[in-house]
Design a protein. Sequence first.
Length: 158
Amino acid sequence: MTSSATSAPPTLPYETAGWGRRVLALFVDWLASSLVASVFLGARALPFGSLIAGVDPRPTDNLWILVVFVVQTAVFTMVGGGSFGKLVTRLRTVRASVTGGPDARPLDPLRSIARQVLVVLVVPPLVFRADRRGLHDLAAGTATVTLQTYRAVFRRVG
């Protein structure tokens, strides 16, 4: 009798960031996006802004906050290596390669936008592998690492 053993998926040669800082970064990004949207939409775009301002929210308000979130996080990731929230919490988004060495190039626009759209769909970040890479990371070929890991692994490459 033969047994068909399945091999584990390849893991990265470096450690990815923990969940606590990732969730904090997401919260900071959402708050920042709400603040930016409030410049255009008024106080109702702020968290609990409709209650504070005493106005009814418009159905499109959350959609605009979502658009600001995707644009803000994608642009910051392309330019700075991480969204505003990730930069504040000392995290970086990097290209991930399990076959080759570390890739220090910044993310291209398509990869960055696709990753953020998948994050907005919520399910991809909740389905993840043992190396803490969600479906959004796997689809975009990325990983989230701490600033310490980034400096130790990726700075010596680039």
